[in-house]
Ligand binder design. Structure first.
Ligand code: SIN
Ligand code: FE2
Length: 217
């Protein structure tokens, strides 16, 4: 299918909704680009395979992650930070594929963040049962730059909280091809992912892949 839509994917492709004053959900926005994104992603993951990092508290993360770009987000017993080197390989993280940068820039502009140039892309891999607990993205230097999140594969329930951990959490289903941009007054909203339910997807089998583009430095 030329539009890249699989059975079971969002019936809402092309629609958009604001989840906050400066948080925009673009349903199916990445679908026309999946045919280019997917092989580029495979090349990145061959160079920097997803791994379960340790939290500063010594727990293995449920999600497996990798990175591409000049900087990559890492976690270990010393804390969270961005590094130019993949600690597993001792090499630089794979470069950000052009198709990734272009998607991030275009999506950010739709939400009013013109001129977004990511230098980091965190790739999260979810399998059945994988979850991501509520957190803020605050390891980046400049909070005036947004976060751009792209979802591929099986659906998940995104947990969209407020500026305080205790604030009410909205449950937002995210489907293959959906792109979510948050920045400005919504930049430090708490968010996470509920345990992913077992499902099958034509492209990813039982996996959900999420990339988040950031301006880290
Ligand atoms: C993240 O917060 O880093 C990932 C969010 C998601 O997987 O949708
Ligand atoms: Fe996050």
């Amino acid at each position: 299918m030329s539009h890249g839509l699989f059975e079971g994917d969002t019936p809402l492709a092309g629609t958009r909704s604001w989840l906050g004053e400066q948080a925009l959900l673009l349903r199916g926005f990445a679908l026309p680009r999946v045919a280019v994104l997917w092989p580029a992603l495979q090349a990145v993951l061959a160079q920097a395979p997803p791994r379960h990092m340790l939290t500063p508290g010594g727990q293995r993360m449920s999600v497996a992650l990798s990175n591409c770009g000049a900087l990559g987000w890492v976690s270990d017993g010393r804390g969270y930070r961005y590094t130019p080197i993949d600690p597993d390989s001792g090499q630089a993280w794979p470069a950000l594929p052009h198709a990734f940068v272009d998607l991030a820039r275009t999506a950010a502009a739709e939400a009013g963040f013109e001129g977004f140039v990511p230098d980091a892309c965190l790739i999260n891999r979810y399998r059945p049962g994988t979850r991501l607990s509520l957190h803020q993205d605050r390891d980046e230097r400049d909070f005036s730059q947004p976060i751009v999140s792209v979802s591929l594969g099986v659906p998940a329930t995104f947990l969209w909280g407020g500026r305080r951990r205790a604030d009410r959490v909205e449950r937002v289903p995210l489907f293959h091809g959906d792109v979510l941009v948050w920045g400005g007054v919504d930049r430090l909203r708490f968010h996470g992912v509920a345990p992913v339910r077992a499902a099958a997807h034509a492209l990813t089998s039982d996996e959900r892949i999420n990339f988040t583009f950031r301006r880290a430095a």
